[in-house]
Design a protein around this ligand. Structure first.
Ligand SMILES: NC(=O)c1ccc[n+]([C@@H]2O[C@H](COP(=O)([O-])OP(=O)(O)OC[C@H]3O[C@@H](n4cnc5c(N)ncnc54)[C@H](O)[C@@H]3O)[C@@H](O)[C@H]2O)c1
Ligand SMILES: [Zn+2]
Length: 696
């Protein structure tokens, strides 16, 4: 453990802060300590509940870890105060009552943490003391920030998907787990055991997380991809889970019948053969130097990953060693998590300003004193909405903690209250739109505020930029800059004006030559062929993201059918919540919007889903195959995908659902990785096709 002085200081500090109910005058040292422990335990249990059950943390991970470390230290120094109920002795928190429970045949444990090279060495020394003659080798893995899942297979078929819960009893989420494409429903390969439990991490790619938060109404925003993954899995309706683009990496076997495996490395190979994705960055290490090199490498490179990691997991490779080392409290002795320090930096909140979004929303953002967070200078951060600012009690002039997680936009975590001087100012949204000065409107029960003016210049600019963007109408030769010029020149007052642009108009703009004018007109023309859902997405209807646009287009098949639907009809569609449904309905009641639809119709845009399209289990998903497939030809695979309702994409874009990679893939792989597209191998595809072919 750390040196005595540190330990003493750590213990003294919190005692000063103990609140009255715990501290009775004249109480002995012991009583004080007990009271302090009780408080710590209470705080941790409370945080656990918010984190594991509500998927809505009330503390930052760093704050939580601080409480836990302190409690562990006190219990270590005062074993007499340890209890089996202490949060240091158990994992997570029990399952919620109204979900079926699953008792884990082999407990699902947590992992002890190391935060420095020294702590890693300490871990190694402890293991070596128990097995003095053993020579260890290690498997290094990324610590994916998601939630642990235990998947049981009988005769190769998935029969149970359970969360960790309190480690002994988890929640049965089988129906939801089945909707996750990267989880095998049927094991592949030659060696199929009669019964096996595969463990791994369900996670949400960063891009999907960001997209999801864009689509969710402000009251349900997820704090990070981990909470988004847990919240999306723990849904009553599996169709909601299905719409959330969760993914999976396998990393362990809980137990297996009739099969002998001797090393963790072999475990990973076997899991891969069975058809699960295994993280491609797993690596063997033969000594602690190699382990440290791996940790250091990924501390820097983690921001290039399409998913979040919060550290590295190091496991002793030999399963016989693992068995002998066993577990202590809630952690195995044969593994450790090397955790990266949270990337939070303090800086000044200089000002709060407001942008007008494409639906008229007031979007406050922070002007920060520029600060370098791991090589990136951060000078602004999104603040979501006024409610969020109030919840965090951010005041202009505050010192604030700023966080950069993965590639997620920098976030203001909280104010550093101790640094307050009293000169900080409580923030309120302006009463009028900063762009057009119209009084803003607040929606009851929501933290959002809007500019109601349809002619608000900033709102028009944003909505036009969105309309031409890649995910929407993809008018690629007209970017943000050109949109601005077109709006400023008065050519685009409404989205339908794009379809009446003339060459003369374009040539009159600064710096536009005939060739680029022609390109722009051609791109506008081509956009008429975009599928209906893209138009729906492009229309800037509040809360409508790509996914909900697809769901609505599939459910109603045409704009006319959608127009005729009642609010109840729309809300009833699986995956469309009440806010989205009501918002679409309201939008369609507005005369100006209806007139816009008619102008778009007259211009020849697609207002219907293609009728001849197959619908099936893969509807709403797009696929792109690259490289050589072995078991079937690419065209046969594509035909089968289309037959099952899926689409074949023409290139990699953010909206691509799956990239399937065969032998010798080309540049698409790197592109897809960058775009955060889910990437699979051929085994996965075949499994998927077989699964649905039999189910159909
Ligand atoms: N902010 C809060 O209020 C709050 C509350 C509770 C917990 N937490 C966070 O959760 C942590 C504790 O949670 P925990 O008990 O799940 O421990 P943990 O997350 O530190 O480590 C154990 C987990 O790591 C995951 N994991 C990812 N990749 C893995 C791999 N390759 N091999 C094995 N496991 C892998 C598994 O899900 C496993 O259950 C805390 O340190 C804190 O960061 C935060
Ligand atoms: Zn305005």
């Amino acid at each position: 453990m750390s040196n005595v002085h540190d330990g003493q200081r750590e213990r003294e500090k919190p005692e000063e802060q103990i609140q009255k109910p715990f501290l009775q005058d004249g109480g002995s040292e012991e009583e004080k300590l007990e009271a302090h422990i009780a408080k710590l335990r209470h705080q941790i249990e409370e945080a656990n509940y918010q984190y594991y059950i509500n998927d809505n943390p009330v503390l930052t991970d760093a704050e939580y870890d601080q409480l836990m470390i302190e409690l562990q230290r006190i219990e270590h120094d005062h074993p007499e105060l340890q209890t089996p109920e202490s949060p240091t002795q158990h994992v997570g928190t029990g399952p919620v009552q109204d979900v079926s429970q699953h008792r884990h045949p082999v407990p699902m444990l947590s992992l002890a943490n190391a935060r420095s090279e020294q702590e890693l060495l300490d871990w190694h020394r402890r293991a070596q003391n128990i097995l003095p003659n053993a020579t260890f080798s290690y498997v290094c893995e990324l610590k994916i920030d998601g939630l642990a899942m235990a998947l049981t297979y009988e005769q190769g078929r998935l029969v149970m998907g359970a969360s960790r819960g309190d480690g002994l009893v988890g929640e049965d989420w089988t129906a939801n787990v089945r909707t996750i494409h990267t989880i095998a429903k049927k094991l592949r390969g030659k060696q199929i055991p009669s019964r096996v439990e595969v463990r791994g991490e369900i996670y949400m790619p960063i891009q999907s997380f960001e997209k999801l938060n864009e689509e969710l109404t402000d009251t349900h925003l997820f704090a990070n991809p981990r909470n988004a993954a847990a919240g999306s899995l723990r849904q009553k309706d599996p169709r909601v889970t299905a719409s959330r683009n969760l993914s999976f990496f396998g990393y362990q076997i809980g137990y297996v019948e009739g099969m002998r495996i001797t090393s963790h490395w072999d475990t990973l190979q076997l899991i891969r053969e069975w058809g699960f994705p295994v993280n491609p960055h797993v690596q063997m290490a033969h000594d602690l130097d190699e382990v440290m090199a791996y940790c250091n490498k990924w501390e820097k490179e983690r921001f290039n990953l399409p998913y979040e990691i919060d550290g590295v997991v190091i496991k002793i490779n030999d399963l016989a060693h693992q068995e002998e080392l066993g577990t202590v409290a809630r952690d195995p002795r044969w593994a450790i998590a090397f955790k990266y320090p949270p990337i939070q930096v303090a800086t000044r909140l200089l000002d709060i300003r407001v942008n007008v979004g494409r639906t008229g929303s007031m979007n406050p953002w922070a002007v920060l004193e520029p600060i370098n967070i791991r090589g990136v200078t951060v000078s602004r951060a999104s603040l979501h909405n006024e409610g969020d600012i109030q919840r965090k009690d951010l005041r202009v002039g505050d010192w604030v903690l700023v966080q950069r997680a993965g590639e997620v936009i920098p976030q203001v975590v909280k104010p550093v209250v101790e640094h307050r001087t009293g000169n900080e100012e409580v923030y309120h949204l302006p009463d009028n739109c900063p762009s057009c000065n119209t009084p803003i409107i607040r929606v009851p029960d929501q933290a959002m505020a809007y500019c109601p003016n349809k002619e608000c210049p900033e709102r028009i600019l944003q909505s036009v930029s969105h309309f031409v963007s890649k995910g929407a109408m993809d008018i690629d030769t007209i970017g943000e800059k050109m949109s601005e010029q077109l709006v400023n020149a008065g050519y685009i007052k409404s989205l339908s004006d794009f379809y009446h642009l003339t060459e003369e108009q374009l040539l009159a703009l600064n710096g536009v030559k005939k060739k680029s004018a022609d390109n722009m007109l051609a791109a506008v023309e081509a956009s008429k062929q975009r599928p209906f859902w893209r138009l729906l997405f492009g229309l800037n209807i509040r809360y409508i993201g790509e996914k909900s646009a697809q769901i609505l287009a599939n459910a109603f098949m045409s704009m006319d059918a959608l127009k005729q639907a009642s609010a109840e009809d729309i809300v009833k569609v699986p995956g469309i919540g009440p806010e989205i449904g009501q918002s679409v309905y309201n939008w369609l009641q507005d005369q100006d919007n209806l007139a816009l639809i008619e102008r778009l119709r007259a211009a020849g845009l697609t207002l219907e889903e293609e009728q001849h399209e197959q619908t099936g289990p893969l509807t709403g998903q797009s696929f792109l195959l690259t490289g050589r497939l072995e078991a079937m030809s690419r065209s046969a695979a594509e035909t089968e995908i289309v037959r099952l309702g899926g689409k074949i994409a023409t290139g990699v874009s953010k909206s691509l659902s799956h990239l399937v990679v065969g032998e010798d893939p080309g540049s698409k792989l790197a592109k897809a990785q960058k775009a955060g597209v889910a990437i699979h191998d051929e085994a996965w595809l075949i499994n998927l096709l077989q699964e649905h072919a039999t189910a159909k």
